[in-house]
Design a protein around this ligand. Structure first.
Ligand SMILES: *Cc1c(COP(=O)(O)O)cnc(C)c1O
Length: 465
């Protein structure tokens, strides 16, 4: 199976090249040429299996010849061995038809570990076999950066540079990025917001000389292999609630649209998903777009759920690609409008296609705090602000279809956002014991201006050859 670009102008690639490349050369994102399907019997057979076995069955058809079955099984086993829960992605019941999917038991306590730990193992295996090295540059609103550093630190054939908005991430998030002391890790605090970091990253990829010179690779949520890793927990959770014999819905705290798009892929593969609910914070550009057909930037306002403080939601391009009938030209025009004018209008047909799968909602800052407080009293569950947004929106959506179980995704551990949790509940969530020393470690970080030329030369200088 080959992978094609959402903008229709880049060469089709194998799974391995798609993974090592990240962003397509026409500025688009890679998607599979066709989405493989699993039949009812194959999905039913996943019931009761360990997470790693489900991961193998879900990902195998996408990987083709890039890795043998044995190699893929070994990679999956290594990727999830560091998780601190045997179920990897356990489900907790919140109410009669409402469940919480805890995705924060990985090494950096956020769901990004599911994809990043896997991709670290995939990169290592592929680069060693090819005798190559890469420079990974990532932009993060918080959790991607630490997850990438945790997955790639100390690897011989990889240098990692992570750009994050200076002052725009929580202290725990920052320390997770600045305290690893491996010499191939470079934390860069940029003067700007997350969209500025992401824009700088896209510009680096658009410069072929630079891109080829340092052998740039992207592990941001645009990387197809990350989306693929996230498809797995849609299957594992749905099957444990009775799929494929019973429909389920999901509510996903959404920023860059990678996580919820993985749910869409699960649905295309044959998992009976009723609704995919996009839950956003006050930076609700996706919710407004679904309500009005008009995707229009108006400026990011920092929130207590910083990992969702985004207005350029990269993976939404993948959803648009399918909604536009896989018309790369149409996607190119919409993305061109966005770059030129800060907005685009989604046509009626594409809107109809989006509404077939997606609902949306958003919570204000006060609304988010209220859900954190209410969940603690009603269920004993301490939610991080991102997870609380999913739970609040998910509860409303569940009430519209009480016969269908709603699974809300808990994307980070509450101890990553202690101030917001403490303000809402009066309770200070502690880090798990293995991470408690993070406040004592020395930080290593370089402050950088929002200046592309400066960034490129810094990366060139520090890249090992
Ligand atoms: C990254 C992140 C999100 C948003 O996920 P996307 O795939 O970017 O939509 C939500 N919550 C947390 C805690 C995150 O780290």
């Amino acid at each position: 199976m080959k992978y094609i670009s959402t903008r229709g102008q880049a060469p089709a690639l194998t799974f391995e090249d798609t993974m090592l490349t990240g962003l397509a050369r026409d500025g688009g994102l890679y998607v599979p040429e066709t989405v493989p399907t699993l039949d009812t019997a194959e999905i039913a057979a996943m019931a009761g299996l360990p997470y790693e076995d489900i991961a193998f069955r879900v990902m195998r058809p996408f990987v083709n010849d890039s890795f043998t079955d044995d190699a893929l099984r070994a990679i999956i086993a290594r990727a999830y061995a560091g998780f601190r829960h045997d179920a990897r992605a356990p489900l907790v019941q919140l109410g009669p038809n409402h469940f919480l999917l805890e995705l924060f038991h990985g090494p950096t306590l956020a769901f990004k570990d599911f994809a990043m730990q896997l991709i670290g193992q995939l990169f290592q295996a592929a680069l060693a076999r090819r005798g190559e090295r890469v420079t990974i540059v990532g932009a993060t609103s918080g959790d991607t950066g630490s997850a990438a550093i945790e997955a790639f630190k100390g690897l011989d054939n990889v240098d990692v540079f992570i750009l994050f908005p200076h002052g725009g991430v929580s202290e725990v998030q920052r320390r997770q990025m600045t305290t690893p002391d491996e010499s191939n890790v470079h934390a860069l605090a940029m003067d700007g917001d997350f969209d500025d970091c992401q824009a700088a990253l896209k510009e680096m990829f658009a410069d072929d000389d630079f891109r080829d010179g340092v052998r740039l690779a992207a592990v941001n949520s645009i990387n197809w292999a990350r989306v693929l890793a996230q498809v797995v927990y849609y299957f594992s959770s749905a099957v444990s609630l009775g799929a494929p014999h019973r429909k389920v819905s999901f509510t996903v705290p959404t920023g860059n649209f990678g996580d919820i798009f993985a749910g869409y892929i699960a649905k295309q593969m044959g998992l009976p998903i009723d609704r995919l609910v996009i839950a956003t914070n006050q930076n609700n550009i996706l919710h407004r777009a679904l309500e009005t057909s008009h995707y229009a930037k108006k400026g990011v306002v920092p929130s207590i759920s910083p990992s969702m403080d985004i207005e350029v939601s990269s993976n939404f391009e993948r959803a648009l690609f399918y909604a536009c009938g896989r018309d790369g030209g149409a996607v190119t025009r919409l993305m061109g409008d966005l770059k030129k004018t800060g907005e685009f209008v989604i046509g009626n047909e594409a809107m109809g296609a989006l509404k077939q799968h997606y609902d949306s909602g958003y919570l204000s800052e006060e609304g988010t705090s209220a859900v954190i407080a209410r969940a603690m009293t009603a269920t004993g569950e301490i939610l991080c602000p991102h997870s609380a947004i999913a739970v609040g929106i998910g509860q409303e959506a569940a009430a519209r279809a009480p016969e269908i179980p709603m699974i809300s995704l808990a994307t980070a551990h509450p101890a990553k956002f202690p101030d917001a949790v403490n303000a809402a509940t009066g309770h200070h969530p502690d880090l798990p014991p293995h991470m408690a020393d993070i406040f004592d470690k020395e930080e290593r970080v370089t402050r950088v201006p929002n200046d592309l030329a400066h960034l490129k030369s810094l990366i060139r200088e520090r890249t090992r050859t």
